[in-house]
Design a binder for this molecule. Structure first.
Ligand SMILES: Nc1ncnc2c1ncn2[C@@H]1O[C@H](COP(=O)(O)OP(=O)(O)O)[C@@H](O)[C@H]1O
Ligand SMILES: [Ca+2]
Length: 498
């Protein structure tokens, strides 16, 4: 009896000790993970993408403090600014700034108050402002000053408004894609950041309204230094070929096409437009038509006079016409050319095509990927439809987009296949808007660079629980369990001989 109760007491002590050590070990383990995951709270950053047609505000977050250089910036929210791009406010610059307020208020409501002071905010303007600068430098400066004043009035860390160069716009799009895909560094199972073994680096194809960009790492070194963005990321050098075609965004290309048709018609009041649908008519004043540095104004025009484009639903004729806008024959760097005689090494690897590439192909049911014959037949069938049948088929699509999908699709085909020469490699293009809930565009790459989140000689930061520490913790738990099992056996199975 006495022997049994002594056994019980010993057993009780050991079970208690074992359970306690196991719990302590588990708590230590979890606490370790917790403190690494949330070391100094979450940090936020924001970028205004002031495009030619529209402005969006992107809000990002990442783990704050020392461990912030780890490639885990994610998108929290996008706020769409009402109205047109900031360049459309040249007659009223304060209104450009006013238009941003609603999204700044959304940001204030989204970001915790204690994080707002340290939240960097950038505004980057693209082709719309590049074009306005060519036309009216004073209006451009006024708009930039007004938006600066307004954003400065908010409790964030505003770091300035800039007009991006076309090259920067292309290169930052490329950085965004490869950062989200973890092409530069990879998060391993053990929680380390290491360079990926077989780095999958993708190219970037951006179709805006005012300009279009291509950026990729060619197979051979770039032959023209001014076409190369030399990027030093996480200790590795990337030679990225990039070119931005100003005036070849889809809206400016369509304007060039309209001006060409007017010129061909001898300035008649009604002009047939093969890329528009039968039954669709668009009336513009000559003042509106020629209000862009991308179209050359004939001598003396009456800006009040109007011209009406009348659709003919003729896809073949549309394609032929686009070839007058996109010069695919001139090539001073033969055979290394894009279009309009621009130097371009042969396209290499896979590409993401975003912005208006995606919107157009998604609308036509051709995203993320479709074989070339299916693409051409879908576009052909769509372009042949009458305007009335389109309105009936797509009652919820905005008219300003619906009327241009045929023209945009034919334009896209021309620049991708004839311009950049994706004929053999068509299936390497993915028409995509997002990756891992983050929009593809230049804004993330821009913010990562300006906030030093992808420092040139940044050492690979180790986060999470290191393998040795993790192994020690597991060993401790297993050892404690093993010990209690041995004791149980010792007390109940092993009977000493008397
Ligand atoms: N839902 C949509 N369908 C078709 N086109 C769209 C849609 N949303 C945006 N776009 C187009 O995408 C382009 C975006 O260009 P934007 O970023 O404003 O100009 P840029 O980059 O040249 O400064 C514009 O041509 C716009 O018309
Ligand atoms: Ca854009």
């Amino acid at each position: 009896m006495g022997k049994l109760s002594a056994k019980k007491n010993i057993l009780g002590v050991f079970v208690t000790v074992t359970v306690c050590t196991t719990i302590i070990a588990l708590v230590l383990c979890l606490a370790q993970h917790y403190t690494v995951d949330l070391p100094h709270g979450t940090q936020y950053g924001m970028v205004f993408d002031a495009g030619s047609s529209h402005t969006s505000l992107f809000i990002y977050k990442w783990p704050g403090g020392k461990e912030n250089n780890t490639g885990i910036v994610s998108q929290v929210k996008v706020c769409e600014v009402d109205g047109g791009g900031i360049s459309s406010y040249k007659q009223d610059p304060p209104a450009a700034a006013q238009s941003l307020r609603q999204c700044l208020d959304v940001a204030k409501a989204t970001i915790p108050v204690e994080q707002q002071q340290s939240c960097p905010v950038y505004l980057g303007a693209t082709a719309g402002m590049r074009l306005l600068r060519l036309q009216d430098e004073n209006a451009t400066n006024d708009i930039m000053e007004e938006v600066t004043k307004t954003i400065n009035g908010y409790p964030f860390n505003f770091r300035g408004a800039q007009i991006l160069s076309g090259m920067a716009e292309g290169a930052y799009g490329w950085v965004t894609i490869n950062y989200i895909l973890e092409g530069f560094i990879k998060h391993t199972f053990e929680g380390k950041w290491v360079p990926p073994k077989a780095g999958r680096i993708l190219g970037a194809l951006d179709l805006g309204g005012g300009s279009t960009q291509i950026a990729f790492t060619p197979k051979d070194p770039v032959k023209q230094p001014d076409s190369e963005a030399a990027l030093q990321l996480y200790g590795h050098r990337y030679g990225v070929y990039t070119h931005s075609y100003l005036c070849f965004g889809k809206d400016q290309a369509m304007k060039q096409l309209q001006a060409y048709l007017v010129e061909m018609s001898g300035s008649s009041a009604i002009v047939m437009h093969p890329c528009y649908h039968t039954g669709f008519n668009l009336t513009l004043t000559l003042g509106d038509l020629y209000d862009s540095p991308c179209v050359s104004k004939p001598g003396n025009i009456d800006p009040e006079k109007s011209v009406t484009f009348s659709g003919t639903s003729d896809p073949d004729q549309c394609l032929n016409l686009i070839r007058f806008v996109v010069n695919i024959t001139e090539c001073p760097h033969s055979p290394d050319c894009g279009f309009n005689g621009v130097y371009q090494p042969p396209v290499h690897g896979e590409f993401f095509a975003y912005s208006a590439y995606y919107y157009t192909f998604d609308f036509l049911g051709l995203a993320p990927q479709a074989p070339l014959p299916k693409v051409t037949s879908t576009i052909e069938t769509f372009c042949k439809k009458s305007w009335n049948s389109l309105l009936a088929e797509y009652p919820d699509t905005k008219e300003k987009y619906l009327r241009e999908y045929c023209a945009s699709a034919q334009y896209i085909m021309t620049i991708l296949v004839q311009g950049y020469k994706f004929n053999e490699t068509w299936d390497k293009i993915y028409f995509q808007k997002k990756v891992a809930d983050t929009d593809i565009g230049w804004t993330l790459g821009y913010m990562l660079n300006l906030t030093n989140l992808i420092a040139p000689r940044h050492p690979l930061v180790v986060t999470g629980v290191q393998r040795s520490q993790w192994a020690a913790e597991v060993f401790f738990i297993v050892f404690a369990l093993f010990l209690s099992l041995v004791l149980l056996i010792f007390l109940f199975v092993w009977q000493p001989e008397h």
